[in-house]
Design a protein around this ligand. Structure first.
Ligand SMILES: [Zn+2]
Length: 251
């Protein structure tokens, strides 16, 4: 009888261990592996839509163009084929806009950088984003476990109000600071939530995390809210506040 109980205990323990191991393994698999959405068979350039967007943005008094601001450099990845969708959604047009209510916060960032990191610049990956681009982005991850990373193409995210920025920092020689994961990476280590584990496993170095923290500190001091899953993304206001007080772009 005692032997049977002991055997049952051993079996129970083995099952629990197996379940725990599987849970840890599948969690790690889902969040730490490098997911790259499949490349489109026919990469597209959204030129007609992009031109309409520029027309809209330049005539909307609530939007401000930030392309040529001192201390800012354009690297709009959606204006190239080198982005998660594989499409050139902005037809090569390297022009960026934000809502005018976000402008004072951006100016604050630039003045902190000018004073404390002379020669450094902000590198803009994306700013105000038209809804058609949001829909293409959503489409590129549809049906994958990463779908929730991208805001809906219908209800939008803060980029679709002109109140979010995707950006990096370049040093005085013009080199982008190494953040250890590319813009729009779906890896867990792309955000602050995965950094401690990534440091332990060697996926990220302390220098890469320090570089992210430098950017975060400056953005936070200027009033921007970071996203825990993406080192490059910052919101001017909270999601709830934005949705209550601002209209979504009509296109
Ligand atoms: Zn973003």
């Amino acid at each position: 009888m005692r032997i049977v109980i002991a055997r049952n205990e051993v079996t129970k323990q083995s099952i629990l261990l197996a379940v725990a191991f599987f849970a840890v393994f599948s969690f790690a698999h889902k969040t730490d592996s490098l997911f790259v959405p499949p490349r489109p068979e026919k990469p597209l350039r959204y030129c007609e839509a992009a031109e309409k967007w520029i027309e809209y943005a330049t005539h909307n008094p609530k939007l401000v163009e930030i392309t040529d601001m001192e201390g800012i450099r354009m690297d709009l990845r959606y204006a190239t084929f080198n982005n998660v969708t594989g499409h050139d959604m902005y037809c090569g047009i390297q022009r960026a806009f934000i809502h005018k209510d976000g402008l004072p916060k951006l100016k604050r960032v630039l003045s902190i950088i000018a004073k404390e990191l002379p020669g450094y610049s902000l590198v803009i990956f994306d700013a105000a984003r038209p809804m058609y681009a949001q829909a293409v982005l959503k489409q590129s991850v549809a049906g994958t476990p990463y779908s929730h990373f991208v805001s809906s193409g219908k209800t939008g995210g803060l980029h679709n109000y002109g109140l979010a920025l995707d950006l990096g920092l370049a040093d005085s020689t013009g080199n982008l600071l190494d953040m250890g994961a590319d813009f729009d990476s779906f890896e867990r280590c792309a955000g602050i939530v995965g950094e401690a584990d990534a440091l332990k496993s060697g996926r990220l170095t302390q220098q890469q995390i320090d570089n992210r923290n430098l950017l975060r500190k400056i953005m936070k001091r200027a009033g921007w809210v970071m996203l825990p899953s993406e080192w490059w993304h910052f919101n001017a206001f909270t999601r709830a506040y934005t949705k209550e007080h601002y209209p979504l772009f009509p296109m």
